[in-house]
Design a protein around this ligand. Structure first.
Ligand SMILES: [Fe+2]
Length: 204
């Protein structure tokens, strides 16, 4: 039997500040759930895909594996994104702030860089703990499966696809990013950071 996952309804954010329920509903119910449906469909088809016809130029097997990476990362990154959004829990702890200052020089420098990545890329701005270097870094992605860094654990994920903000902000990405910043669930971010540090210690 092929692997199957379900959408995590409990991650749907409620009553955010300056991001409407309609915007969240479209994003969660149409886009996120769409990736869940497709990854299940792909995994089902991969079970019986003809590996003997695998070909790098074109083959059904290749197309399934390429879209597996797109849809699986679509699920994973959206789950990180929705989970790190909340209208409460918005205060950053001294501990988390110190970690950011250590790796970026100052909190302001981090934020400037994080927003610049969100402006420069077409899909995602991600604060990640990079296990390759043992530090926090901002990385961008044009699509769910494009320019990701292997061994970097997402700690804070910002979706900058148009579908994340057009309902509320039209083409204006900057005010959406500001709204996002005001809705960051820093306690979730800190939990992920602590887990990343543990993973780094275990790998050393
Ligand atoms: Fe999205």
């Amino acid at each position: 039997m092929s692997e199957k996952i379900e959408a995590k309804e409990n991650l749907k954010p409620k009553e955010l500040k300056n991001i409407s329920s309609k915007q969240v509903e479209y994003h969660f119910d149409t886009h996120y759930k769409g990736y869940v449906t497709k990854i299940n469909e792909i995994w089902g088809k991969l079970e019986n895909a003809d590996r003997s016809k695998a070909n790098q130029n074109y083959s059904d097997f290749r197309e399934l594996k390429v879209e597996e990476s797109f849809n699986l990362m679509g699920v994973v990154l959206h789950e990180y994104y929705f989970e790190n959004l909340s209208s409460t829990e918005n205060k950053i702890s001294e501990n988390m702030k110190k970690a950011i200052i250590n790796d970026f020089g100052s909190f302001e420098k981090w934020l400037e860089d994080f927003k610049a990545v969100g402006t420069a890329f077409r899909g995602w701005s991600i604060l990640a703990f990079d296990l390759n270097i043992g530090k926090l870094r901002n990385y961008g992605a044009d699509a769910h499966n494009m320019y990701g860094i292997w061994n970097a654990i997402p700690v804070l994920v910002l979706d900058v696809y148009e579908h994340a903000y057009y309902t509320d902000f039209g083409p204006k990405r900057a005010p959406y990013m500001d709204a996002f910043i005001n809705n960051i669930n820093w306690s979730v971010v800190e939990k992920r950071y602590t887990k990343s540090l543990n993973a780094y210690a275990a790998l050393k």
